[in-house]
Design a protein around this ligand. Structure first.
Ligand SMILES: NC(=O)c1ccc[n+]([C@@H]2O[C@H](COP(=O)([O-])OP(=O)(O)OC[C@H]3O[C@@H](n4cnc5c(N)ncnc54)[C@H](O)[C@@H]3O)[C@@H](O)[C@H]2O)c1
Length: 374
């Protein structure tokens, strides 16, 4: 399939490079409201630099990858659908649940696919953890926790403003990985109870080139609470950009017969810990699975597995075979409703009951992945 990228910022390199990992797509053009950004990437990856309108009307483009900032996601997805093109978007799908419903109506009407990141839950750690739960190694999951805490994004991203506006914050920007992983592992969410806080009304950028500039905080920077899942599991969460250091693990699940610790769902691999009742932890390594083999070098020179693009490749395979994609619109809308529900529950100080209830995405076997890998 021939792809056009809209939004040539920080994450676009990862998507340009993903065409070297998977065999069913090629990027043929790119666009950005900032034409200089489009031209720079077009030159580096030997594709056409077009205006947003021209990429949407270009007949050589079958599918749009939407890598704009969250406040532009809905607009670009709707325009792609109206131009007769499928769309795969970076997360979050849109700014709120109503925008998600609007996208869903149009996608159904046009009979086109919309997929959404994150796709990291399709990685080795996510799929191995899923297999452990389905093999009943820890019994029915009844309780759990997830923790994501740091001191924000203003120290590394060159343009960190959007992280502190509605549509981002720790839940929409990072919690999205955790929530999607949990739905992959134990199914959809039923209800939410949460509280929120904002430690400081202003943040100071410490990254270059805008070092010293202030950002007004317009969305809560801490959210804490509980998600109740349809399988009755209760998962406590703590999402914050107001914490300098902590010692919690990322995701822990407690079953009737044992416990498991799951690595950071922002990554494709990482050791899983499992224990039976009171026994010692056992390490389950997944570095030899298809999406666990280290293929990139991280900032600290360690080798990591990074297969971003698998969700897009799997969606293209689903389009070709007329089945629902793993990173489906149905899943993305549910995740969006959960994220909005967390904010709404904290604002109204009441339990939020979800309307949506997607099916759990199917397990993704290594044999299926091998057919998509280059
Ligand atoms: N940076 C990361 O590491 C990372 C990782 C995972 C996901 N994401 C997600 O990817 C998306 C983009 O993030 P980023 O870090 O690349 O942001 P960025 O600010 O670096 O890049 C966004 C680009 O989109 C362009 N843009 C904005 N509005 C537009 C519009 N209406 N039409 C066309 N172009 C438009 C901007 O000019 C900019 O070049 C966000 O939704 C983010 O949550 C980013």
């Amino acid at each position: 399939m021939r792809l056009g990228i809209i939004g040539c910022g920080n994450i676009s390199e990862t998507y340009f490079e993903s065409q070297n990992l998977f065999n069913n797509f090629n990027v043929v053009a790119c666009a950005d409201i900032n034409m200089e950004a489009a031209k720079k990437h077009a030159e580096k990856y030997n594709v056409k630099a077009l205006s947003v309108d021209d990429i949407l009307s270009n007949e050589e483009v079958d599918l749009i990858i939407n890598l704009t900032i969250p406040s532009a996601h809905k607009e670009i997805i709707i325009k792609s659908l109206n131009a007769g093109k499928h769309c795969f978007s970076e997360k979050p799908l849109a700014m709120n649940f109503n925008e998600g419903i609007e996208i869903s109506k149009l996608a159904n009407e046009k009979k086109l696919y919309v997929g959404c990141a994150p796709d990291t839950f399709l990685g080795a750690a996510g799929q191995k953890a899923r297999a452990i739960i389905e093999d009943n190694k820890i019994g029915n999951v009844v309780l759990g926790t997830f923790n994501l805490m740091s001191h924000g994004m203003e120290h590394w991203h060159p343009n960190p403003d959007f992280f502190f506006k509605p549509g981002a914050g720790p839940v929409f920007d990072v919690g999205v990985y955790y929530i999607t992983q949990l739905i992959n592992l134990i199914g959809p969410v039923k209800s939410i109870s949460s509280i929120s806080g904002t430690a400081t009304p202003e943040r100071t950028i410490t990254s270059e080139p805008r070092n010293g500039e202030k950002i007004k905080v317009e969305t809560p920077t801490t959210l804490m609470g509980t998600l109740e899942f349809h399988n009755n599991a209760k998962i406590q969460f703590f999402c914050s950009w107001d914490v300098w250091k902590h010692n919690h693990s990322t995701i822990e699940l407690y079953g009737l017969n044992g416990s498991m610790v799951i690595p950071d769902p922002n990554f494709f691999s990482g050791d899983i810990l499992i224990s039976n009742k009171e026994e010692d932890w056992q390490v389950v390594n997944n570095d030899e699975m298809s999406l666990g083999i280290p293929n990139k070098t991280d900032n600290d020179d360690s080798k990591i597995a990074n297969y971003r693009g698998i969700g897009l490749s799997e969606m293209i395979d689903s389009i070709n075979n007329n089945r629902q994609a793993r990173c489906s619109l149905e899943l993305a809308i549910h995740v969006l409703e959960v994220m909005e529900g967390i904010i709404k529950s904290s604002e109204g100080k009441e339990i939020y009951n979800l309307i949506t209830k997607p099916v759990q995405p199917n397990f993704l076997d290594d044999s299926e992945i091998e057919k998509l890998k280059k």
